[in-house]
Design a binder for this molecule. Sequence first.
Ligand code: HEC
Ligand code: HEC
Length: 143
Amino acid sequence: MKKLLSIAAILLSLNAYSGQQTLPENTPVKVESRVDNVAITDNLPADAIATYPTRGKAIARTFAEQPPLIPHKDSYSITKDKNGCLTCHSWDKAKRMKATPVAKSHVIDDQGTVNGMNYFCVQCHVAQADNKQELVENTFTTK
Ligand code: HEC
Ligand code: HEC
């Protein structure tokens, strides 16, 4: 038992040091490869984590028939057996979850059974983060 505990302690302490270290800008990082030692000096900052509008607020639509934008994260899993989005947006749960029930156009009966064609929600609905970040630098101007 004692041995087990000390192994656990060692693992824990190893874990504490394995996290990503923040290096001061332009500190060369030594990467050893089989070819040569390469000093990487270009330390790019990590991308900002997406922040979403406060839950409970729909985003105004910009054109008719637009699939409304998702004002929250979109990483709920959708599998054959379970649709994470429907845990809040299905007709029977939406009211309790304070979410808009899926549109009438998405269902095939008056029980709110979702049409197969509308099952994979994120095919049409996309999340919008507040802190938008360009994926690719763009210098386009209209002038
Ligand atoms: C934990 C509950 C919950 C889950 C899970 C969830 N939502 Fe939402 N959703 C909400 C709430 C609350 C709102 C804000 C109220 C509203 O507009 O429906 C919202 C808003 C939306 C809207 C905007 C509706 C409008 O009229 O503008 C869309 C679209 C949406 N969600 C799609 C999705 C999709 C797609 C998924 C799965 C990837 C999902 N939601 C998972 C709770 C949830
Ligand atoms: C094929 C594209 C498509 C798919 C897939 C889809 N939607 Fe939609 N959704 C739309 C469009 C277009 C609208 C707006 C027009 C309408 O209401 O039919 C809409 C409207 C909505 C609304 C707003 C309803 C209202 O009354 O304002 C919600 C909520 C929603 N969808 C949730 C979902 C969820 C959850 C899923 C997955 C189970 C899903 N949608 C799958 C296209 C799609």
